[in-house]
Design a protein around this ligand. Structure first.
Ligand code: B12
Ligand code: SF4
Length: 440
């Protein structure tokens, strides 16, 4: 049996707005595919032949799937988040028109199973590991069911390291990430407005066992890749998250590679930076962490600081950056605009904050109500969703009616942030690749 995994392409910021390529003197950060396919491939028995296609590297050749052709398979298994849903639907429709069987899993299929089902033979809701063996058996018997959903969260002590090697084999000179995500935990008990994590990976924070994490890190080292720690949940005080994180830092310290080659960044938010005790900050540095991916716009501090210029919150936001600088950690900030609390002054406040705190590089994103999140339900009930063209749900386009400004003001404000922040920063283009990369 042969399974063809497909990671469908989506519009990046610079594809939505090509002018960014002129304004931003940086290399585009082209991250690897999310870990969904790598995780499912890792629980696929060896007798099943697996192939992976990154549609961002080369458009998937839907015309080469006839019997015996290069991309012929018994099952076409897609993994996608919202911005990739438009392309995923088109590819799956074209495959099914040729009599092929398709299945969808990942963030969008989990959050919008009904809509996904109109384009696929089967949809996997939530974590895939627990149902994948059944999917393969049903495929073999020609009896694929329309819906699969694990009855309980997957036991992470049974989790094999994801098959990131499949991704690396599919790299091209055009898409060659120097890092891949490394997952320390799954799920989250909080429910931040626009986040999909509790809805897709569950409401309990479950940590990936230390040995599995060590193996994942060793795999990345073997492939010559750094680890990207994208989730902020490592810094929680509950569920043993911080203890587990410290254990990971110890594993990282034992990795013999030069400091800078081990980890590209650690995702974090302002309240977490302020809550870290100096010993943990020193441990981070000692383990090779020299950059925070500081996500703004989800937490109460940055929302109040930029949204309506709350002086206490602004002070805290400044202390956050000062703290990073004090410990020698580069704060790469992702600014989100378009929260309901944002008035028209938000753009000026962000730009002057960047100047005052001497931020080196940042990215800017438009608030996006991802389907089935708390924010989505609120905006649907207020009739503020403008359209459901999923490829535009990429954080670079205004897809909802903002509360305190027009759609045009928000869209122009987002572009202005990129333009003004990067004007006069041409020296960034001279630096080494890793020091001049930005996600846009
Ligand atoms: C790593 C990561 C990235 C990486 C990798 C890209 C990617 N596509 O994921 C990078 C850094 C490049 C990235 C970029 C962006 N990201 Co991102 N990212 C993540 C992150 C933190 C982890 C994804 C991951 O690997 N999860 C781990 C895997 C194992 O989980 P999973 O995909 O859900 O898979 C499980 C199940 O869903 C299922 N499953 C998944 N696929 C399949 C397939 C089959 C066949 C089966 C059976 C099962 C199955 O089984 C899996 C294992 O249990 C998520 C948050 C999160 N925790 O999910 C955000 C997230 C995916 N990103 C998001 C966004 C918005 C972006 C950006 C658009 C942000 C921006 N400002 O630009 C950019 C887009 C890229 C760009 N601009 O070029 C949003 C997506 C929202 C949505 N509803 O779609 C998320 C959810 C964060 C959030 N805001 O909540 N991201
Ligand atoms: S943004 Fe972070 S803390 Fe908030 S729900 Fe998502 S994972 Fe949890």
């Amino acid at each position: 049996m042969r399974v063809q995994f497909i990671y469908p392409s989506f519009e990046r910021h610079a594809q939505s707005h090509p002018e960014l390529l002129q304004w931003v003197p940086c290399d585009e950060y082209l991250g690897g595919a999310g870990l969904g396919i790598a995780s499912i491939a890792a629980v696929t028995p060896p007798e099943v032949d697996v192939a992976f296609h990154d549609d961002r590297v080369n458009p998937f050749p839907v015309d080469q799937v006839s019997k015996g052709a290069a991309h012929d398979a018994d099952l076409y298994a897609f993994s996608f988040f919202t911005p990739a849903a438009t392309r995923a639907f088109a590819l799956s429709d074209a495959l099914r028109a040729q009599g092929k069987k398709t299945i969808a899993g990942g963030i969008f299929p989990t959050m919008m199973p009904e809509e996904t089902a109109a384009h696929f033979d089967a949809v996997v809701v939530g974590e895939g590991e627990g149902v994948w063996a059944e999917v393969l058996e049903d495929t073999k018997n020609g009896a694929l069911k329309p819906r699969y959903r694990a009855t309980e969260p997957f036991d992470l002590s049974k989790l094999p390291p994801p098959r990131v090697d499949l991704y690396v084999e599919n790299e091209s000179p055009h898409l060659k990430p120097d890092d891949y995500p490394l997952q320390l935990s799954r799920g989250c008990p909080l429910s931040c407005d626009a986040c999909v994590v509790p809805g897709t990976l569950g409401r309990g924070l479950r940590v990936v066992p230390r040995d599995t994490v060590a193996q994942e890190l060793a795999n990345l080292a073997r492939l010559g890749k750094r680890a990207a720690l994208t989730e902020d949940t490592s810094f929680f005080f509950f569920s043993g998250a911080r203890r587990h994180f410290r254990e990971f830092l110890a594993v990282l310290r034992d990795d013999p590679r030069p400091s800078h080659d081990k980890i590209s960044y650690v995702g974090i938010s302002a309240p977490m930076v302020l809550s870290l005790d100096p010993s943990l900050l020193r441990e981070l540095i000692g383990s090779g962490v020299d950059r925070f991916y500081l996500v703004g716009g989800f937490d109460p501090i940055t929302r109040a600081a930029f949204g309506w210029g709350d002086p206490k919150a602004l002070d805290k936001a400044e202390r956050t950056i000062a703290r990073c600088h004090e410990f020698g950690i580069d704060p790469y900030v992702s600014f989100l605009v378009g929260n309901d609390g944002d008035d028209e002054g938000v753009f000026d406040r962000m730009l002057s904050f960047c100047q005052r705190t001497k931020l080196d590089k940042c990215e800017f994103a438009v608030f996006t109500p991802y389907p089935n999140t708390p924010a989505w339900h609120r905006l649907v009930s207020e009739d503020r969703i403008l359209h459901r063209t999923w490829k535009k749900y990429n954080d670079a386009n205004v897809v909802f009616q903002p509360k305190q400004m027009s759609v045009e003001r928000l869209q122009e404000g987002y572009l202005r942030l990129w333009r003004e922040f990067y004007s006069g920063r041409n020296e960034i283009a001279e630096r080494e690749h890793h020091a001049r990369t930005v996600q846009f």
